[in-house]
Design a protein around this ligand. Structure first.
Ligand code: FMN
Length: 364
């Protein structure tokens, strides 16, 4: 059914303005009948951050910013869904056009700027579906005009704790001016201290929600040293590596469109983001698991990301080019790799290539 849906919808969606296509995809998913997802191969199950994931493939943040279709996505076979980025107040984001397809590169550039319905509306939606279960993470950020950005994260942790299976602290969007400065050592230490404090304050009443930190793939290795050091000392539960890149690889075919401002994602991000997963993995020394995201568009790419150090993975841009059946395809590929190599779980290969990858030349 998903394959048929892709065959019908992809040509139409590719013909539309990218943001209209995204809106239409969300509307389409809202109409998805409440079918039960196929049960996953038990070998694909992953335990991370104290949570049991039925499979390692997640929907990355930014697709379902205001939690409109998280259950439809879970029904399509994702092992988890990350909604957001949510900010305390609703936000319209940057003026359109702000989303660009680079078809020939299978890439996307976006400068959306945290458009979302705001904390109250998103909380109501998540509270309304909480009884359905499934892993729904809440990616939190700060309003563009906020006088106290750290306070925005703290507020969101407090109000979303009862409905968030996990939190992602997003300090890596390139489209909110100055946000990435929160990755600097002293600022990050203060932010994470206050976020963890907030989580502890509400733990009694709201239960435990792991807190992950999402970083940019554009950090220097010295900056990454500091970020991992702070994350470890503040006992963060995991890291997501990573967000979109400000870099524009010289290999891009659509060089004119590549000049659009914003974050680049999709296939051209794969090598850089995979290198950053490996670099983070060797620095984390097993202190916490990683979610690998950036340019995954096949079972092979998913496997490479896992072998670089990712316990879980997320997708976004490749779904635009390949369609939603990619989720099932990747799961099938991962399951047959496990069968072929006689392994019982993906955890046996997480990070297996990290040392090799970090010894390679820097990807350009
Ligand atoms: C249109 C668009 C909007 C995004 N919005 C967010 C966001 O709000 N918060 C966030 O943490 N990441 C956001 N991302 C980044 C993705 O979650 C992901 O980290 C990035 O796209 C790399 O993965 P991919 O190559 O599979 O797309 C966005 C990406 C795209 C393409």
């Amino acid at each position: 059914m998903i394959r048929a849906f892709d065959a019908l919808s992809l040509p139409l969606l590719r013909w539309l303005d990218p943001e209209d296509a995204h809106r239409l995809a969300i509307q389409g998913l809202r109409l998805l009948p409440p079918v039960r997802p196929r049960t996953d191969d038990p070998k694909l199950a992953v335990r991370a951050f104290g949570l049991n994931f039925p499979n390692p493939i997640g929907m990355a943040a930014g697709f379902d910013k205001s939690a409109e279709v998280s259950d439809a996505l879970l029904r399509l076979g994702f092992g988890f869904v990350e909604i957001g980025t949510v900010t305390p107040k609703p936000q319209v984001g940057n003026p359109r056009p702000r989303l660009f397809r680079l078809d020939r590169d299978e890439a996307v550039i976006n400068r959306m700027g945290f458009n979302n319905d705001g904390g109250d509306a998103v909380l109501r939606r998540l509270a309304g579906r909480a009884h359905l279960g499934g892993i729904v993470g809440v990616n939190v950020g700060a309003n563009k005009d906020s006088a106290d950005r750290v306070d925005d994260y703290v507020k969101l942790i407090e109000i979303f704790a009862p409905v968030a299976t996990y939190f992602t602290v997003n300090v890596s969007s390139p489209n909110t001016p100055g946000l990435r400065n929160l990755q600097q050592s002293a600022a990050l230490d203060d932010l994470l201290a206050r976020v963890i404090d907030a989580r502890e304050r509400v733990r009694q009443s709201a239960g435990d929600s792991p807190v992950l930190l999402k970083i940019a793939p554009d950090l220097s290795l010295a900056e990454l040293d500091d970020v991992v050091h702070v994350a470890r000392s503040r006992r963060i539960d995991g890291m997501i590596v990573g967000n979109t890149t400000l870099a524009r690889p010289s290999t891009l075919r659509q060089q004119t469109r590549a000049k659009e401002q914003g974050g680049l994602s999709g296939r051209p991000l794969f090598r850089l983001s995979t290198r950053m997963v490996a670099e983070t993995y060797v620095r984390a020394e097993g202190a916490f698991p990683l979610v690998g995201v950036g340019g995954i568009d096949s079972g092979g790419a998913a496997l490479t990301k896992i072998r670089a150090g990712a316990s879980l993975i997320q997708l976004y841009s490749s779904l635009i080019y390949r369609g939603l059946h990619l989720v099932e395809d990747i799961k099938n590929d991962l399951a047959s790799t496990l069968l072929r190599t006689g392994r019982d779980s993906l955890s046996e290969i997480v990070g297996a290539d990290a040392a090799t990858i970090t010894a390679e030349d820097w990807p350009v």
